[in-house]
Design a protein around this ligand. Structure first.
Ligand code: ADP
Ligand code: MG
Length: 264
């Protein structure tokens, strides 16, 4: 596909220079009513690290990563993202607005704007949120669409594209904000099998280019290949984590063993 993510800028802010982890989550607790969805989660993610989160449906994977860009509130604990503190119950904070511009997210459902062309999907946030001039936003959009292999689709509307193409537009759209961190929530789960590879390829290139990524996925082969670290969540708790070889080939926790026996 000729993907080349080389000149996606990874900016060198003070946090990066200091080597401070981009995500610092300490004893984070999250409840939905009486359901204790996240239980004392401790998670640090370093600059440039690729972390893959695995676990059964309903274990809290989405909720955990949605806390990181403030799509979910949490009730207690500490959360610092790229040097900005997110407070418990902190929906409207200034830090949250900043974080949302620095953290990109790709969802299972592509969530493209159906009434906008592919190009306009990608230019919208850079123009509205970052104040880029249209010509500059278009230049960036076309470069990114080229990188994910769909520049020739720029004038089409989302409904005219395959699922794999739509998800690559979603990726280009997130990258157009030059995020410091990318979150992926089962980005290939809604795709027909033959389209999974093209999306994973684009993500693989991004990882190679040094992007910090947290990826929830059931694609275990991909996880093994790209992850610096794999985290296994069970009923709202991180019960095991480590390099892919350790977690996949030598899981120590019985719950991890049972989960992997079902999915591998
Ligand atoms: P996963 O992504 O691992 O499948 P989720 O984070 O989506 O798990 O969900 C964890 C638990 O929280 C599940 O029991 C789910 O039903 C519940 N849950 C998720 N979102 C909500 C919500 N908005 N309101 C109430 N319960 C929720
Ligand atoms: Mg989920």
């Amino acid at each position: 596909m000729g993907l080349d993510m080389n000149d996606i800028k990874l900016d060198t802010s003070a946090q990066q220079a200091s080597g401070e982890p981009i995500v610092q989550m300490r004893s984070l607790n999250k409840h939905f009513g009486s359901l204790h969805v996240l239980q004392n989660i401790d998670l640090e993610v370093a600059q440039g690290e690729v972390v893959v989160v695995i676990g059964a449906s309903g274990s809290g994977k989405s909720t955990m990563i949605r806390c990181i860009n403030g799509l979910e509130e949490f009730q207690s604990g500490e959360l610092r993202v790229d040097g900005h503190d997110l407070a418990p119950h902190g929906k409207a904070s200034r830090a949250l607005q900043t974080i949302r511009t620095e953290v990109g997210m790709v969802f299972q459902q592509f969530n493209l704007f159906p009434h906008l062309s592919v190009r306009d999907n990608v230019t919208l946030a850079p123009m509205k949120v970052r104040g880029l001039a249209r010509t500059d936003a278009v230049t960036i959009a076309e470069r990114l669409l080229d990188r994910v292999g769909i520049r020739d689709q720029a004038d089409k509307y989302p409904s005219q594209l395959s699922g794999g193409q739509q998800q690559r537009v979603a990726l280009a759209r997130a990258l157009a904000m030059e995020p410091r961190l990318m979150l992926f929530d089962e980005p290939t789960s809604a795709l027909d099998p033959e389209m999974i590879g093209e999306v994973l390829d684009a993500m693989r290139e991004l990882a190679k280019d040094g992007m910090t990524m947290i990826i929830v996925t059931h694609e275990m082969g991909f996880a093994r290949e790209v992850a610096d670290r794999v985290i296994y969540i069970h009923q709202g708790e991180i019960v095991e984590q480590g390099v892919p070889e350790d977690v996949f080939d030598n899981p120590r926790n019985e719950r991890t063993q049972n989960f992997l026996a079902r999915v591998l």
